[in-house]
Every structure is written in structure tokens, then in C-alpha cells.
Design a protein around this ligand. Structure first.
Ligand code: F6P
Length: 319
């Protein structure tokens, strides 16, 4: 019987379990024996692999995290680690591998493809930092979580007539700040992709305060600067009492929302369908609402574009 495996790698993202479920059940439906690699590339190197049947993935569609576990594997970045991983796949008779993860994880899949393994990547990351796909699975659930947090912060900020600098994740990508800034009605966002003008941000807050506004929410992407330094500068320029909230790992957990579950089902199924009838290295993505398959190397070289149109809307309507 033909064998296919799945692993989850890098930072977990809501929807990973929905993807595992879709992959396992689609592959079994197509006549494959399915294996789950534990703890990402670490488990691959160690041969920590278990067979998954239909019931192994029951009752997980709604759960955050990943039932397989994940890791950021330093060993996999070495030739020795890569050799061991390839050897393990050969020992298990697995020649098709599905990798669910972000940028680094898909680069790892490409390295395996260089050694003859057929791979397909599924984009899973709260960061939405991959250029080839409009969205990564997990991103919209993270935005829901951040938006909910902003609403809570806004209540207390309003009560005290303060400002709050809310730091969100995203590594070098400002999408979490951009989308949650829009959905949470933040006054300003600060992102790594664009220079920011503290005087302009402060002026906006002063004008708002003069109109009687009692809350000033600034969303800071973690890759764009130090929240405490920015708060200090903002407070000095505006004389508005300013607090800092670093949302941290709360953004990575929680039940996947409906978008991430549906993208998980669709991309998981598409990945299986494509890789069982093709050899090479691929990635599945979503572009203008359609599931598409890319050559993995080309996909990873597509630059992520910052959405200035959304940022302009935010500037226009957040006063
Ligand atoms: O890539 C997802 C992410 O949550 C980033 O937003 C963040 O910078 C990073 O992972 C944190 O990584 P770790 O879990 O290794 O601390």
C-alpha cells in the first residue's frame, strides 16, 4: 500500500488540526496509508512517526495547537539532520510528505525535495507572511483574537482617558497589525514595512483628545519597534497617559474560526490530491478565492506585498 505522511512545523497556528484531519481522511479515501510525524522535523529525524487512521483525527477540527506537536528544529538545518530525515522516510516507505507550516517550514520541505522526496506545503501561520498565497491558515483566527483583545483594551482605555500601545505578533510582517487595526478601529498602526512618523501619530491623538475622544489605540507590529520606547515618546509628545499591552502567545491559541477550518479542509484535500499524482515540490495556496498549486521554489521566492490600500483606508477612517 502507498504511504503518505504529514508533519506540522514551526509556530503552531489555529487550523493545524483541521488540516491534519482533512489530509488524513482525504488520503485514506484515495487509498493511501497515512503517517503522522510527531514534533515537526525533530520527530522526522528521530523517526517519531505513527500511523493515523480515520478515527485518529476525530474531534480535533475545533481545537487549536496541533495534535502532532511542532518544533523549530536546528538539527534539520544541518546536512546530517537532513540525511537522517531522508533515511527515516525511506525506512518507513514514505515517498510523499505534506508539510504544514510557515516560511521556514516550507523551506525545509524544499530541502527534502532536493533529496528526492515528493513534498507539498500547506501555508499555516498566524503571520500571513507568505507572498504566494493571499492568506495563511491561522491568520484570521489570530485577527479575531486580537480584535477581541482590542475591544477589551478600548473599554478600560476609554474609562481612564488613556492611550494604549498594543503590540501584536507577526515577526517582520505587519499584516496582523494592519488587519486587526482595521477591524478593531485603532487610531494608528505601526508596521515594519513602512516608516512611521511619531509626530503625525501624536498629532492625530491630540486632535482626537481636543474633540473629546477618550481612547487612543495604536497597534504596533512586533517587528516595527520597541513598545515601551514608543509609548514613552508618544506620552511625551501628547501628554496622554499611555500604557502598553503585549498580547504575545494568546494570539496563537484558541479554536480556529470558520475561515481557517474551511481553508484547512480545502487546502488539506487539495494538497493530497495533487501530491499523490505528481512528483516534485509544490505548495498549495489561495489566490482571489481559489485554491491554487504552485511550484514550491517559485512560491517561496514571491515577495510578500504590504497592502497599502487597506492601510490608506485605515488612515482615512480612523480619526
Ligand atoms: O511565526 C509565528 C510567530 O508567532 C511569530 O509571530 C513570532 O514572532 C514567533 O512565531 C514566535 O516564535 P516562538 O514560538 O519560537 O517564540
Amino acid at each position: 500500500m502507498k504511504r503518505i505522511a504529514i508533519l506540522t512545523s514551526g509556530g503552531d497556528a489555529p487550523g493545524m488540526n483541521a488540516v491534519i484531519r482533512a489530509v488524513v481522511r482525504s488520503a485514506i479515501y484515495m487509498g493511501y496509508e497515512v503517517y503522522g510525524v510527531k514534533n515537526g522535523y525533530e520527530g522526522l529525524i528521530d523517526g517519531d512517526i505513527v500511523q493515523l487512521i480515520e478515527s485518529s483525527v476525530a474531534d480535533i477540527i475545533q481545537r487549536g495547537g496541533t495534535i502532532l506537536g511542532t518544533s523549530r528544529s536546528k538539527r534539520f538545518e544541518t546536512d546530517e539532520g537532513l540525511d537522517k530525515a531522508v533515511n527515516i522516510l525511506e525506512v518507513f516507505g514514505i515517498d510523499k510528505l505534506i508539510v504544514a507550516g510557515g516560511d521556514g517550514s516550507l523551506k525545509g520541505a524544499l530541502a527534502l525535495a532536493g533529496r528526492g522526496i515528493d513534498v507539498i506545503g500547506i501555508p499555516l501561520s498566524i503571520d500571513n507572511d507568505l507572498g504566494y498565497t493571499d492568506y495563511t491558515i491561522g491568520f484570521f483566527t489570530a485577527i479575531d483574537t486580537v480584535t477581541h483583545a482590542i475591544s477589551n483594551i478600548r473599554d478600560t482605555t476609554e474609562a481612564h482617558g488613556r492611550a494604549n500601545i498594543v503590540e501584536v505578533m507577526g515577526r517582520n510582517c505587519g499584516d496582523i497589525a494592519l488587519y486587526s487595526g482595521l477591524s478593531g478601529g485603532a487610531e494608528s498602526i505601526i508596521v515594519p514595512e513602512r516608516k512611521f512618523d511619531m509626530e503625525e501619530i501624536s498629532k492625530k491623538a491630540i486632535l482626537g483628545k481636543n474633540r473629546g475622544k477618550r481612547h487612543h489605540i495604536i497597534i504596533l507590529a512586533e517587528g516595527a519597534g520597541d513598545a515601551y520606547k514608543i509609548a514613552e515618546e508618544f506620552e511625551k509628545l501628547t501628554e496622554i497617559d499611555t500604557r502598553v499591552t503585549i498580547l504575545g502567545y494568546i494570539q496563537r491559541g484558541g479554536n480556529p474560526n470558520v475561515v481557517d477550518r474551511i481553508m484547512g479542509a480545502a487546502m488539506g484535500n487539495a494538497a493530497v490530491e495533487y501530491i499523490i499524482s505528481n512528483s516534485g515540490a509544490y505548495a498549495v495556496g489561495i489566490c482571489s478565492g481559489k485554491i491554487e498549486i504552485f511550484n514550491l521554489e517559485i512560491a517561496l521566492n514571491i515577495k510578500k506585498e504590504f497592502k497599502d490600500d487597506l492601510s490608506d483606508i485605515l488612515k482615512k477612517i480612523s480619526i
